[in-house]
Design a protein around this ligand. Structure first.
Ligand SMILES: C[S@@+](CC[C@H](N)C(=O)[O-])C[C@H]1O[C@@H](n2cnc3c(N)ncnc32)[C@H](O)[C@@H]1O
Length: 412
């Protein structure tokens, strides 16, 4: 015998109003049910399936509407990502030191740019910024935030909505290699499909170089929000939440009016300083043996999209030799000296975290405070500031108490 239900069961089970149910019958969205001898409707399995389908479809439509609404209204900012050694919180100190010690200036170079947040803080109508990093994934973001190459904002907005609405069906490079590792399988599938779509749009001249950079940057920032990590890709958490937040791309907030003469590079800083001239050069090297190419290999992989073989539990690209930094090795004091010797500027500002003493351990600093000061003194007059904007002498014992310091050198 068929299982049947009364109207009140249906209303209760699906949590819908009587009016909604009748509207669906009247607009033929569900089959009209038979009635019993009392005139009461008899609901069967077929109706249950039809009603479930309508509710599912409506849910998806609502999700899409929300997604589109959020994509259109919400912007992401250059600092909205997790990055080892980001100086976002140090910006007030850097600004204060520069205001009181280095004005006037018209060119600011951030040659170990990372996220680019420091350069961004100085990107203004009357200031040209020069930003650089060895990682392509950072360079592409500079192209988004600092370039004056034209882009069609409305078109980018619509493309982001399209990317957010992609529903991939087949496995791809990213889902095969990264599904259920740093990302839920569903997100990995979507990331791969989004990245491939951007590549196709670029190959077919649907988007220009700037628009491509914006879309990739938007993807990289969105990935950071749903990654199953503590902000870098050396390891992922073992338990994947299968219902992890779905990835959602947003539009970047770009200071279009200020991006007039900026320059951005993807070069070894030691080579770059031989070519550029700036009023202020800001230097924020890695300070221990953790290579950024190891921590951000995955973003590098997505940004370049050459689909290389990946190995090990951490799924790193086999060849990362071109993005290894000498600042994470024993050579650090020597390359630092070479860098400073070749800076062509009025002021040099160095950030160097002294959480750990110099040594050979993984988290030991690679350059001692003494070496930094001695090197800078060979170029000019040196002052050191801490986060309370306390200027203190360069005697070693005083410096050690301070975690974040700025070394300022007024070049002779
Ligand atoms: C401490 S982080 C900079 C963080 C940055 N100030 C911020 O706030 O986001 C150091 C950066 O230097 C880059 N790097 C390392 N060696 C480099 C080199 N030889 N030339 C240029 N960049 C390098 C790394 O990729 C990393 O992004």
């Amino acid at each position: 015998m068929k299982t049947t239900y009364q109207t009140k069961d249906i209303l209760e089970y699906f949590d819908i109003s009587r009016q909604t149910l009748y509207n669906w019958i009247n607009s033929n969205l569900i089959t009209k049910p038979n009635t019993d001898w009392r005139g009461w409707r008899i609901w069967e399995e077929q109706h249950i399936n039809e009603i479930s389908d309508i509710i599912e479809r409506n849910k998806e439509k609502n999700n899409e509407a929300n997604l589109n609404r959020n994509t259109t209204n919400k912007l992401f900012h250059i600092h909205n990502r997790r990055y080892l050694g980001s100086k976002y919180k140090l910006i007030p100190l850097i600004k204060k030191v520069i205001k009181e010690e280095c004005e006037p200036y018209t060119t600011f170079a951030d040659i170990f740019g990372g996220t680019g947040v420091v350069a961004d803080a100085f990107n203004a109508a009357n200031t040209k910024v020069i930003v650089n990093d060895i990682l392509y994934s950072n360079y592409i973001s500079y192209h988004t935030f600092f370039s004056n190459e034209p882009y069609d904002k409305r078109k980018v907005k619509n493309l982001i909505i399209q990317l957010n609405n992609i529903r991939p069906e087949n496995d791809n490079y990213f889902s095969i290699n990264f599904g259920d590792t740093y990302f839920s399988y569903k997100n990995a599938l979507k990331i791969g499909e989004i990245r491939e779509t951007i590549e196709q749009w670029s190959n077919n001249d649907i988007i220009n170089h700037r628009e491509k950079s914006i879309l990739i940057t938007s993807l990289l920032y969105a990935m950071d929000k749903v990654a199953n990590t503590c902000g870098h890709y050396d390891a992922f958490r073992k338990t994947i939440d299968s219902g992890a937040t779905p990835i959602k791309l947003l539009l970047p907030s770009i200071k279009d009016n200020y991006n007039k003469n900026n320059e951005f590079y993807k070069e070894d800083a030691n080579l770059l300083v031989r070519k550029i001239k700036a009023d202020i050069i800001y230097i924020d090297t890695p300070y221990n043996s953790r290579q950024y190419s190891d921590s951000y290999h995955l973003l590098e992989n997505v940004a370049r999209w050459e689909k290389p073989e990946v190995i090990g539990v951490a799924r790193k690209m086999v060849d990362r030799s071109d993005i290894k930094s000498a600042y994470c090795t024993k050579k650090a004091p020597f390359v630092f000296k070479d860098l400073i010797d070749n800076c062509d500027c009025k002021y040099i500002i160095v950030s160097y975290n002294n959480m750990a003493q110099k040594g050979n351990g993984r988290s030991n600093a690679k350059i001692s405070d003494g070496e930094i000061i001695e090197t800078l003194q060979s170029k000019g007059t040196v002052k050191v500031f801490d986060t309370d904007y306390k200027y203190f002498t360069t005697g070693k014992s005083t410096i050690e108490k301070h975690k974040e310091r700025l070394f300022l050198c007024k070049v002779n």
